[in-house]
Design a protein around this ligand. Structure first.
Ligand code: ATP
Length: 505
C-alpha cells in the first residue's frame, strides 16, 4: 500500500472514521495537539485509558494469575548502557532505512517492501507477495543492502509523498532514543530509553528466580513503555515512537523450547479469540528474516483496516540474551536444575536457560479491539406505518474491557428518580465503573452510550419507585429486560467478569 495515505480507498476511509471516533469520544488524542501535534505520539483520553487499562489487566491476570509459574516485574525504563551493547541494539540491531530525494522523507526499506507484498496479496496474487517477502528476507539476512535497494527499484516502489522512485542508498540506522545520563558530567555516556521491555526481564532473571523460588520452566511478565525513533509515522497508534509492550519471557530447559514455542503460540492466539477477535481476522505469519537472537519467530497478525499486520510476536530466543549478559557482565546467568535426566540418571545440573518470548503491543491490541468493535448498522424502529430505519454507530466491545460497564438513566429529572439513580450508583460503585446520565431524551442517551461501548443502560422510571425494578437495555440487541435492583450486581457482574474471557483460554 505504498500509495499516499490520503488515497480514498474503503480501507483507509474506515481507519479515518475510527481515528475521528477515537478523538471525538475521548479514546485517543494526538499528543500536544494545540501545537499541531508530535508525530507518532498519542495520548489516551478518559474512555481510552479505561479500555487500555482493562486490556492490560486482562493480559496481566491471564499471564500471572492463571499460571502458577509466571510472576511479574516492573523494571525501570533506564538501564545500564551496557545492556544495549549486550542485546545488540547499539551495534548491530539496526533498521534498514532509505530516503526519497524529492520528498526528503525517510522510510524503513523492509516496511516499503512488506507493503508492496501486501498490495500483491490484496490484488489476489499472494504467491507474488510471498516471493517478494522471501527475497527481502534473503537479502536482509545476507545484509545485502544494495540488493534491498535494487529490489525496491525493480518493484517500482514510489515514495507515497513525492510519488517518485528517486531513492538513496539503503543504510542501517539505530532507532534508540538517548538522553544525558548525568546532570553534571557532560562526558558521561548517554542513557537510552529502552526500545523493548525484554531486557529488564533478562537482567533480573536470577533476582526473580531466587526471590520467588521459581523452578524451570517459569515465566516473567512485564508491562511497560518502550521507545523507538520510528520513522514510519502512519496508521495511527499502530506505529508510535512511545508505546507500551506486554511481554512474557518463559525460561525453559534447552531442548524443550520447541514444545514451549508451540504451546505459547497457540495460547496467545486463543487469548485474542477469547477477547472477540474473529479467527478469520487473525493469522500466523512466520518470519522470513530471523533476528540475530531468534531460532524461530512468528507474528500473530490481525486484519486491520489497512491489511493484515503484526499485533504480537512469539520468539524462540535460545540462550542468546542471557549468554550475552553473562559475557559482558561477567556474572553467571545459570540455573541449577536438580531434576533427573532420564538419559543419564543424573541431575540436569547447571545451564543457561533458553527463552520463549511472547510480546504484544498494548497499543496495537487496543487498536485491533477498537477496529473490531467499531460498527455501523441500520436499525428498524416501530412497526407498520410508523416503521423507520436509521443508522447507528456503536462499539461492540467485549463487556469485560468496556470503559463503562453501565449507565444509569433517571427517566425524568424529578419525582425522586434522580435520587433513586444515585442510590443505585452508590450501591454498585465498589464493583463497577458507572455513570449517571440525566440529560436529553432516553434515545439520545442510549446513542451516546452505544458510541463508547457501554454494554448496559439501566433506566429508572415510575415503576421503579413503586416496586424497585428497573429496565436494563442491552447495547448489541437493544432489547430491554425488567429486573429487580437487587439483581443488578450479579447480572452485570456475570457479563463483565474477566472469567468470561478466561474460561475460553
Ligand atoms: P514491526 O515489524 O511492526 O516494526 P517489530 O517486529 O519490530 O514490529 P517487536 O520488536 O517484535 O516488533 O515488538 C513486539 C510488539 O511490540 C509488536 O508485535 C508490536 O505489537 C509492538 N510494537 C513494536 N513497535 C511498535 C511501535 N512502534 N508502535 C506500537 N507498537 C509497537
Amino acid at each position: 500500500m505504498s500509495k499516499p495515505a490520503s488515497t480514498p480507498t474503503p480501507e483507509n476511509t474506515q481507519l479515518k472514521d475510527i481515528v475521528a471516533h477515537a478523538k471525538e469520544y475521548g479514546f485517543v488524542f494526538q499528543s500536544s495537539e494545540i501545537y499541531d501535534g508530535l508525530a507518532a505520539v498519542y495520548d489516551y483520553g478518559p474512555n481510552g485509558v479505561e479500555l487500555k487499562n482493562n486490556l492490560k489487566r486482562l493480559w496481566w491476570e491471564a499471564m500471572t494469575q492463571l499460571h502458577g509459574n509466571v510472576v511479574g516485574i516492573d523494571a525501570a525504563i533506564f538501564m545500564a548502557p551496557q545492556t544495549w551493547e549486550a542485546s545488540g541494539h547499539v551495534a548491530g540491531f539496526n533498521d534498514p532505512l532509505i530516503d526519497n530525494l524529492d520528498s526528503k522523507k525517510r522510510y524503513r526499506a523492509d516496511v516499503l517492501l512488506e507493503e508492496k507484498a501486501a498490495e500483491y496479496e490484496n490484488a489476489g496474487d499472494p504467491a507474488r507477495g510471498a516471493a517478494l517477502t522471501a527475497e527481502m528476507g534473503r537479502l536482509l539476512t545476507a545484509n545485502d543492502l544494495a540488493g534491498v535497494r535494487q529490489l525496491i527499484l525493480d518493484e517500482k516502489i514510489k515514495c507515497p509523498v513525492s510519488g517518485t522512485g528517486n531513492w538513496t542508498e539503503v543504510r542501517q540506522f539505530n532507532l534508540m532514543f538517548s538522553t544525558q545520563g548525568s546532570a553534571v558530567d557532560s562526558d558521561a555516556p548517554p542513557v537510552y530509553l529502552r526500545p523493548e521491555t525484554a531486557q529488564g526481564i533478562f537482567v533480573n532473571f536470577l533476582n526473580v528466580q531466587k526471590s520467588a523460588r521459581m523452578k524451570i520452566p517459569f515465566g516473567i511478565a512485564q508491562i511497560g513503555k518502550a521507545f523507538r525513533n520510528e520513522i514510519v509515522a502512519r496508521q495511527f497508534i499502530f506505529r508510535m515512537r512511545e508505546f507500551e509492550q506486554m511481554e512474557m519471557q518463559f525460561f525453559v530447559r534447552p531442548g524443550t523450547e520447541g514444545e514451549w514455542y508451540d504451546t505459547w503460540k497457540a495460547a496467545r492466539r486463543r487469548f485474542h479469540e477469547a477477547l472477540g477477535l474473529p479467527p478469520e481476522k487473525l493469522r500466523f505469519h512466520d518470519h522470513d528474516k530471523l533476528a540475530h537472537y531468534a531460532k524461530a519467530a512468528v507474528d500473530i497478525e490481525y486484519e486491520f483496516p489497512f491489511g493484515f499486520k503484526e499485533m504480537e510476536g512469539i520468539h524462540s530466543r535460545g540462550d542468546f540474551d542471557l549468554t550475552q549478559h553473562q559475557n559482558l557482565s561477567r556474572k553467571k546467568q545459570q540455573y541449577f536444575d536438580n531434576d533427573i535426566d532420564e538419559a543419564t540418571g543424573k541431575p540436569y545440573g547447571n545451564y543457561v536457560p533458553y527463552v520463549v518470548e511472547t510480546s504484544v503491543g498494548a497499543d496495537r491490541l487496543f487498536l485491533a479491539t477498537l477496529c473490531q468493535a467499531f460498527q455501523e448498522e441500520t436499525i428498524t424502529e416501530g412497526e407498520g406505518e410508523t416503521q423507520t430505519t436509521k443508522q447507528r454507530t456503536l462499539l461492540k466491545l467485549h463487556p469485560a474491557v468496556a470503559p463503562i460497564k453501565a449507565a444509569i438513566f433517571p427517566l425524568v429529572r424529578k419525582d425522586g428518580m434522580p435520587e433513586k439513580a444515585q442510590q443505585i450508583f452508590d450501591d454498585l460503585r465498589f464493583d463497577f465503573r458507572l455513570v449517571i446520565e440525566d440529560k436529553d431524551a432516553i434515545g439520545k442517551r442510549y446513542t451516546r452510550q452505544d458510541l463508547i461501548g457501554t454494554p448496559f443502560c439501566i433506566v429508572v422510571d415510575g415503576q421503579t419507585l413503586e416496586d424497585d425494578t428497573v429496565t436494563v437495555r442491552h447495547r448489541d440487541t437493544r432489547e430491554q429486560t425488567r429486573m429487580p435492583i437487587s439483581a443488578l450486581r450479579a447480572y452485570i457482574g456475570e457479563a463483565v467478569s474477566f472469567k468470561t474471557v478466561f474460561a475460553k483460554l
